[in-house]
Ligand binder design. Structure first.
Ligand SMILES: *[C@@H]1O[C@H](CO)[C@@H](O)[C@H](O)[C@H]1NC(C)=O
Ligand SMILES: *[C@@H]1O[C@H](CO)[C@@H](O)[C@H](O)[C@H]1NC(C)=O
Ligand SMILES: *[C@@H]1O[C@H](CO)[C@@H](O)[C@H](O)[C@H]1NC(C)=O
Ligand SMILES: *[C@@H]1O[C@H](CO)[C@@H](O)[C@H](O)[C@H]1NC(C)=O
Ligand SMILES: [Zn+2]
Length: 496
């Protein structure tokens, strides 16, 4: 009797370890060595399993949008909410289905000095809850703009990009992989192992995401999955493939962001399997070639992998309640981009030009870049702590400042001075300020004149005047830039 009980107990204890393999991971056996996933595909037994699975999921698909329903829903959203939305495609799936994105902002399609967030749903074809919830999210934001403070904040201060389905082919095939049966969440270049290094042979869906990150400077993102209830954060893999906690340089920030999601959720944080409803990917089970780590490493984008329902494919009548459970989480996660962290812009002191400089936090081995156009940066950080923020740009002297970050976001603008080389010339020149050229021209003109002594005094006066004018001009330019800055969380603003 005792033996039976302890066996029962053991199997209950073991259950969570098998469970996740069905969720985020690929292998449906307990062998979860990441990129070995394809080994189980194929074979007669597998084929039968897939047929049955297809039948089952096909019945469940009732009430879910088909791919053409989804396209219609996205386009009609774009028309209905044209004032705050723009619809565009980032590419096509293997079978040529466009990967439609809804951009939501008060100035959609325009570049602003604001952070951008992206949501990606349906990475795995048989996890369709995300694609439905993302349409509900977009419509809710549209309906509540200027009515609900959170909706208004997100639309005014963030550019939110939503890709409801990254894997429309997998959805119509009712399976995890895409039309080539490749798991898209194993198809990205990896930091530890030389897999997927040849970008040319990656899946079109993967390439579309990679191009997207080159075009848009995302601050953070989340992909939506099903099969568990937990907010997963980097790293997803370990160097030696062991299943151990392996935090990235921004572990604190990621734990904070994941907790924003789980704590705002109806009951994610009550999880018995995952403390606080969050987990480090590698400590749950390591995967390689995942999208999450790739975003953080190569895209400067803080990405979470969200498992939003225990059931991968629940019946459609559960969708309203799932939306209800996840709504505040989704909104709060996007809003955390402006409610927390350090934000600002970076200018050159010689002519007030925006500088696409790098921003780092002392003690955290990670660098983000300010945007090319406006030189705005958005450095997410866990609230409550002292940080030293460092701005660097080749040709300019670095600047650093200490901030005490409370619950609110801080604004820190940097004005960097050009580096002076030993010969006295500016390393970095070529800004719009033409004072230097003009005074030099006058100098040449005077020196060729006959009354050298008088000229010398006049030259001195002229130089002083032009220096003063130049100074005024520069100050004004910087001032104008700062005034037009679309600052976020304006409560505290520092110029360094
Ligand atoms: C997983 O499978 C691979 C290849 O079949 C094998 O080499 C490895 O030892 C297995 N790992 C575990 C944990 O069973
Ligand atoms: C959350 O609530 C749902 C619906 O009531 C339930 O099925 C699930 O087990 C709950 N999960 C946790 C972690 O409490
Ligand atoms: C910082 O991270 C890079 C990889 O991004 C690594 O090559 C380097 O060794 C790290 N430096 C320190 C001091 O850990
Ligand atoms: C200054 O003069 C140099 C050489 O005469 C020229 O190449 C440069 O474009 C000028 N810069 C400005 C800002 O006018
Ligand atoms: Zn998944």
């Amino acid at each position: 009797m005792k033996l039976i009980f302890s066996l029962l107990f053991l199997s209950l204890k073991l259950f969570p370890f098998f469970h996740p393999a069905i969720a985020r991971g690929g292998a449906r056996t307990s062998n979860t060595s990441g990129f070995m996933d394809h080994s189980y595909v194929g074979g007669w037994a597998r084929h039968l399993f897939e047929e049955n699975q297809f039948q089952k999921l096909d019945n469940l698909a009732q009430g879910y949008m088909t791919n053409s329903d989804l396209e219609k829903a996205i386009k009609s959203f774009g028309q209905r909410c044209a004032n705050i939305a723009r619809i565009y495609s980032i590419g096509k799936s293997v079978r040529g289905v466009p990967l439609w994105v809804m951009e939501i902002s008060d100035k959609p399609g325009e570049e602003e000095a604001e952070p951008a967030f992206k949501f990606i749903g349906n990475v795995h074809g048989d996890e369709p809850v995300g694609r439905e919830l993302l349409l509900l999210l977009a419509n809710w934001l549209c309906d509540n703009y200027m009515k609900d403070p959170l909706a208004t904040l997100i639309i005014n201060k963030v550019h939110l990009h939503i890709l409801p389905s990254m894997n429309p082919d997998g959805f119509s095939l009712r399976r995890r992989g895409n039309a080539n049966n490749i798991d898209l969440n194993r198809d990205f270049p990896d930091q530890f192992f030389p897999i997927n290094d040849d970008v040319d042979v990656l899946q079109p869906e993967t390439k579309a995401i990679m191009r997207w990150l080159e075009e848009i400077h995302f601050t953070a993102s989340a992909s939506l999955h099903g099969g568990a209830l937990v907010a997963n954060y980097p790293w997803d893999g370990t160097r030696d493939k062991s299943k151990n906690y392996f935090g990235c340089p921004d572990d604190d920030t990621f734990r904070f962001l994941a907790s924003v999601y789980s704590r705002s959720h109806y009951n994610m944080s009550l999880s018995e399997e995952f403390k606080g409803g969050i987990t480090n990917g590698a400590s749950w089970y390591p995967i390689y070639g995942g999208m999450q780590d790739w975003n953080y490493i190569y895209g400067g984008c803080f990405e979470l992998t969200l498992e939003i329902s225990d059931d991968k494919w629940p019946t459609a009548n559960e969708l309203p309640i799932l939306w209800h459970f996840n709504k505040m989480s989704m909104l709060n996660l996007v809003a955390s981009l402006v409610k927390t962290g350090v934000h600002g812009r970076i200018f050159s002191s010689d002519c007030g030009r925006p500088l696409p400089a790098s921003v780092a936090i002392k003690g955290i081995n990670y660098t983000i870049k300010a945007s090319q156009t406006f030189a705005d940066y958005h450095r997410l950080l866990a609230p409550g702590g002292r940080f030293e923020v460092v701005a660097t740009m080749p040709g300019y002297k670095s600047k650093r400042t200490h901030i005490l970050l409370g619950e609110e976001a801080a604004t820190v603008d940097f004005v960097l001075d050009p580096e002076i080389t030993p010969t006295g010339t500016l390393l970095r020149s070529g800004c719009d300020c033409s004072c230097d050229n003009k005074s030099r021209l006058r100098l040449v003109g005077f020196l060729s004149g006959p009354q050298l002594e008088l000229s010398f005094i006049l030259i001195l006066i002229l130089i002083l005047i032009s220096m003063f004018l130049c100074f005024l001009l520069k100050r004004r330019t910087i001032f104008t830039y700062l005034k037009h800055r679309q600052s976020v969380g304006q409560k505290r603003s520092i110029v360094v």
